[in-house]
Design a binder for this molecule. Structure first.
Ligand SMILES: *Cc1c(COP(=O)(O)O)cnc(C)c1O
Length: 232
């Protein structure tokens, strides 16, 4: 049932890469499975998908236990410090780090688990009040501060673009995040790479790819619309 939707997303990613002369291997699709049952994840896993994104710690750990162990889990939602310990050794990448306090906790918990945490800085490029993330201006300083912590490695930047009717409206947002990543990379900070640009969702992932996204986080286009809070 999900096969057609999944394949259409794959084809659109390929087409977007072709349009801007990028190799398909430069872009990782993260299938955002929040609120969806394990059976649906299994179906998409069966189609070959290995990267899944969740935004709640409890849901992520539950699905982690239920699903095969070769999955790369992505924490894409706001993360409370007291919950870091439940996921730090289970996720491939935490996309949503926006404070030194949170980074310190991740660093400490990764140390306790004997692992290195790979993270992205979440940047609120459009400066929407409802969103988490640091501003473009704050990001370089935060990168330098986090770079001094042990057991934590910054791999790039993430943004959640505004909800817009026409995805073209978000092109400037994606351009800004790309430029910021180049500016931070130019600083050659120890322990900081800008290899990952996590940007683009169902409504705008093709534009994001044209502007340099290396990871797109797609939920609705694969799994269908989400139902929140109908039963409780
Ligand atoms: C839910 C979510 C997505 C996926 O959104 P869709 O519009 O369903 O593709 C991507 N990124 C984050 C951070 C999310 O919370």
């Amino acid at each position: 049932m999900l096969q057609n939707q999944y394949e259409e997303v794959q084809q659109r990613i390929e087409a977007a890469c072709r349009r801007c002369g990028r190799d398909r291997s430069e872009v990782t699709l993260v299938a955002v499975s929040k609120t969806k049952p394990v059976e649906m994840l299994e179906e998409v896993y069966g189609l070959g998908e290995r990267n899944f994104g969740e935004n709640k710690v409890q849901e992520l750990t539950g699905k982690y236990e239920a699903m095969p162990k070769d999955i790369h889990w992505h924490m894409i939602g706001h993360l409370q410090r007291n919950k870091v310990k439940y996921i730090v050794d289970k996720v491939e990448l935490i996309h949503s780090v926006d404070s030194l306090r949170l980074a310190r906790t991740i660093s400490e918990e990764a140390g306790k688990h004997g692992c290195t945490a790979h993270i992205l800085l979440e940047v609120n490029v459009a400066e929407e009040e409802s969103k988490f993330g640091v501003t473009v201006e704050e990001a370089p300083k935060l990168a330098e501060e986090i770079s001094l912590l042990p057991n934590i490695q910054i791999e790039g930047l993430m943004t959640i673009a505004p909800f817009v009717e026409n995805p073209e409206e978000n092109r400037p947002v994606f351009k800004k995040l790309k430029k910021l990543s180049v500016d931070i990379a130019d600083k050659n900070i120890n322990n900081v790479t800008m290899a990952v640009l996590s940007m683009g969702m169902t409504n705008d992932y093709e534009v994001a790819i044209e502007e340099g996204a290396t990871m797109v986080r797609v939920g609705t286009a694969i799994f269908g619309a989400r139902n929140y809070g109908i039963t409780n």
